[in-house]
Design a protein around this ligand. Sequence first.
Ligand SMILES: Cc1ncc(C[n+]2csc(CCOP(=O)(O)OP(=O)(O)O)c2C)c(N)n1
Ligand code: SF4
Ligand SMILES: [Mg+2]
Length: 300
Amino acid sequence: MTIDSKFQFSDLSDQELLYGAKTCPGCAATIAVRLALKVLGERTFVCVPACCLAATTNAYPQVSFAVNYVVTAFPATASTIAGMAAAAEMQGLEDVTILGIAGDGGTADIGLQALSGVCERNDNVIYLCYDNEAYMNTGIQRSSSTPWGAWTTTSPAGEGERGKTKYRKNLFDIIAAHRVPYCATASVAYPMDLMEKVAKAKAIKGARFIHVHAPCPTGWGYSSEKTIEYGKLAVESGLWYLAEYENGEMKLNLTPKTFKPAELYLKGQRRFRHMTEQDYKLIEENRDREWDLLKERVKA
Ligand SMILES: Cc1ncc(C[n+]2csc(CCOP(=O)(O)OP(=O)(O)O)c2C)c(N)n1
Ligand code: SF4
Ligand SMILES: [Mg+2]
């Protein structure tokens, strides 16, 4: 499945603004950030909270970001970038992009209140959430973005326990409900679509949010060369979707005619290895309910 993207390889800068990060091989978080910075360019001021990205891009005396970069407290990405945007405005810096980058825990859980404030005030920032579906940096604890049934150290699976017992929070819907100028989901497995969305966000003023699905070989339990394969399978099986909210309207960038079986995505990952046929079925039923709701909103 491909998406018609206006973003072309010829648009791609060969300038590297993120390199030397000490992430695990196959880490999608760094792929997302590297691609985003290629689009945003060197006049970008970045803020990252405690998360894998912060832990792996500051191995003293090295810093992996070749742009201005600050690390903030776990809940404070949105409030820090709000302050950075205000400072940039006071200094008359009109050619800069203020970019917050945080994990799913830092965004959907502890950072959500500050992010809601940014969206409500329509602060002039881009917020990119790389979603590896758990708190990876601290040893794989569940977040509100961890999918149903996934094993984590705080949602165990085994005798009588079936992994996470709650469905994930829909961050895209939450941010869109703030009526921000631009909000999108993306995946590292669809890099042109991801970069087109970053380019679109760059050209818009106000609060912009991009939620990037970011497979994690270490936390999900698969071998590192399969990151893009799993990213694609998530979309092809309908367990992640590519969408945009712009000018008050929701749009799907890719609608699979038929979904691949969820089992294809789930069965090779260690975090789902306890799952049964019945679990796959429940996941597909929930997927279908979610897609029905999604299609209704796109029609409206
Ligand atoms: C107030 C506070 N609570 C807990 C922590 C410990 N902590 C640091 S990073 C992290 C998890 C981050 O998860 P996520 O945002 O999903 O990023 P990831 O590690 O997955 O990249 C936690 C719990 C902290 N730094 N500050
Ligand atoms: S644990 Fe996952 S998100 Fe963290 S550095 Fe390793 S691959 Fe990347
Ligand atoms: Mg995470």
